[in-house]
Write a protein that binds this ligand. Structure first.
Ligand SMILES: Nc1ncnc2c1ncn2[C@@H]1O[C@H](COP(=O)(O)OP(=O)(O)OP(=O)(O)O)[C@@H](O)[C@H]1O
Ligand SMILES: [Mg+2]
Length: 383
C-alpha cells in the first residue's frame, strides 16, 4: 500500500502507523465479537468511531474472519439500507470486479440488479428496486444467507445505526432483529453518535434489540499517546514541533481527533523546519477562513435568541446550568423559559450536545471549530 503523502489523515483509514493507539478498545471489541457477543459502540461525533471500526478490522485480518462494514448514514429508508448492506456484503468477499458481478448475479439475480462503478471509489455497485415488503424481507434474508454460507465467520458493522429510526418503515427494527436472531455465524457491531437513541434501542424492554449487545463508550485518546503520535509524525518529515505547540493543539481541539488531525494536516503541508504556537495559530486562521461562509450563515438563519445562547455556551465552553440566573444574567439571555426553548432547538439542530454521561446535563457546542470561531468573533467585536 502506498504511503500517504500526509501522515495526518482527515478521511478514510490507511494502516496502524497512521492511527493512534486504541489498543484497549481493539482488545475489548475482539474479546466481545470473537466470543459470540454483539457490541454497541458510541461516542459524540468526530471522536474516532468509524476509524476504530476500520482499525479493528485491519487488526483481525489474519484471523480468517469476514468483516463487513456498512455505513447507513445517508440512508433514508429500508430499501436504501438493503442496498448498502448487499453491496457491503458482496464487496467483503469478492475482491475484483468480475467476481463481484458473478457473486451478485448468483445471489441477487432474481431482483435484477444493475451494475455501475462508484465515481469516487471506483468500487463496483449494484442498484435494484424493491417494491413490496415481502421483497424487502426476502432480500434481507438473502444477504444474511449469503454471508452465513461462507466458511469464515462474519463480523458485521452497522455504522450510524440509529439512522434506522428515521425510516418510514417502522418495522425495520423488528425485521432486522428477527433475521439476526437466526444467525449462527455472524456477530454485530452497532455504532453511532446519538447515545440516547442507541441506549433506548438496546436497553428498553419494549424494543426489539433489548439486551442484545454489550456497550463500549469511546473516550478521547490518551493525551500522552496522541502527543507522541503528533510529534513523531512531524519528526519523520524533519519538522520539529515544539512541545508547547502540541499542547496548544490538544487543548484547543479538546482532544477530538477530527479537529486535531485537520490542524496537523494543514501545518504539515507547509513543511516548516520548526513549528511553534505561531505556526499553529496560522493554520487555525486558515481553517476559519475556509469555514467562515458556513459559520456566518448560522448567524443569518438562527433566531436571535438561539444565536445568543450558542455564543454564550461557546464562551463558557461547558454549561451545566443553562437556566441558572448567573448564566442568564451574564449573557443577557432573558428568562429561563426562553433559554429552555432555544436549548431544545439547538439540540435538535445538533449545534450543541450534552457531553455528560449521566442525568446532569452539560452542554457544549458540537463543532469545536465553530465554538472557537464564535469566541474569536466576539473578541474581535463581531455580533
Ligand atoms: N486513533 C486515531 N488516530 C489518528 N486519527 C484518528 C484516530 N481516530 C480517528 N482519527 C481521525 O479523526 C477523524 C474523525 O474520526 P472518525 O471519522 O472515525 O470519527 P467518528 O466518531 O466516526 O465521527 P462521526 O461521528 O462524525 O462519524 C478522521 O479523519 C479519522 O481519520
Ligand atoms: Mg463515523
Amino acid at each position: 500500500m502506498k504511503k500517504p503523502d500526509n501522515p495526518f489523515l482527515i478521511s478514510g483509514y490507511h494502516s496502524p502507523p497512521y492511527f493512534c493507539n486504541r489498543n484497549d478498545e481493539v482488545k475489548h471489541l475482539e474479546e466481545s465479537l470473537l466470543n459470540g457477543r454483539n457490541i454497541t459502540l458510541f461516542s459524540p461525533r468526530r471522536l474516532g468511531k468509524t476509524g476504530l471500526i476500520h482499525h479493528f478490522f485491519y487488526r483481525i485480518r489474519e484471523k480468517k474472519i469476514n468483516s463487513v462494514y456498512v455505513d447507513i448514514f445517508g440512508t433514508e429508508n429500508l430499501s436504501q439500507f438493503i442496498r448498502q448492506f448487499a453491496n457491503a456484503a458482496i464487496r467483503s468477499i469478492a475482491v475484483n470486479k468480475e467476481k463481484f458481478i458473478e457473486k451478485a448475479m448468483k445471489f441477487f439475480g432474481s431482483i435484477r440488479p444493475q451494475f455501475s462503478f462508484n465515481e469516487r471509489s471506483g468500487m463496483p455497485e449494484m442498484t435494484f428496486a424493491l417494491q413490496s415488503d415481502r421483497e424487502k424481507g426476502k432480500t434481507l434474508d438473502d444477504i444474511f444467507d449469503f454471508l452465513e454460507s461462507q466458511r469464515q465467520p462474519n463480523v458485521i458493522a452497522f455504522d450510524e445505526f440509529q439512522q434506522i429510526n428515521e425510516y418510514p418503515e417502522k418495522n425495520t427494527e423488528k425485521l432486522l432483529r428477527s433475521s439476526i436472531q437466526q444467525l449462527k455465524n455472524s456477530q454485530f457491531l452497532f455504532s453511532g453518535s446519538q447515545r440516547h437513541l442507541l441506549l433506548s434501542m438496546f436497553s428498553d424492554a419494549k424494543r426489539a434489540f433489548y439486551q442484545s449487545t454489550g456497550f463500549l463508550s469511546l473516550k478521547k485518546l490518551n493525551r500522552t499517546e496522541y502527543f507522541n503520535f503528533i510529534s513523531i509524525h512531524f519528526k519523520k518529515d524533519r519538522q520539529i514541533i515544539e512541545p508547547e505547540a502540541v499542547d496548544f493543539i490538544l487543548d484547543w481541539t479538546k482532544g477530538y481527533t477530527f479537529y486535531t488531525q485537520d490542524i496537523c494536516n494543514k501545518i504539515f503541508l507547509s513543511h516548516y523546519k520548526k513549528i511553534t504556537i505561531a505556526e499553529v495559530k496560522k493554520a487555525i486562521q486558515e481553517i476559519f477562513y475556509e469555514r467562515e461562509v458556513i459559520y456566518y450563515n448560522y448567524r443569518k438563519i438562527l433566531p436571535e435568541q438561539q444565536y445568543r445562547l450558542l455564543k454564550a455556551i461557546a464562551a463558557e465552553d461547558i454549561v451545566t446550568e443553562p437556566t441558572g440566573q448567573n448564566f442568564i444574567n451574564k449573557h443577557g439571555l432573558g428568562n429561563p423559559s426562553t433559554v429552555r426553548k432555544s436549548l431544545k432547538a439547538l439540540m435538535e439542530k445538533e449545534l450543541i450536545y450534552d457531553s455528560s454521561l449521566n442525568e446532569n446535563a452539560s452542554y457544549e457546542v458540537y463543532d469545536v471549530f465553530l465554538e472557537k470561531w464564535l469566541v474569536f468573533m466576539e473578541q474581535n467585536n463581531g455580533r
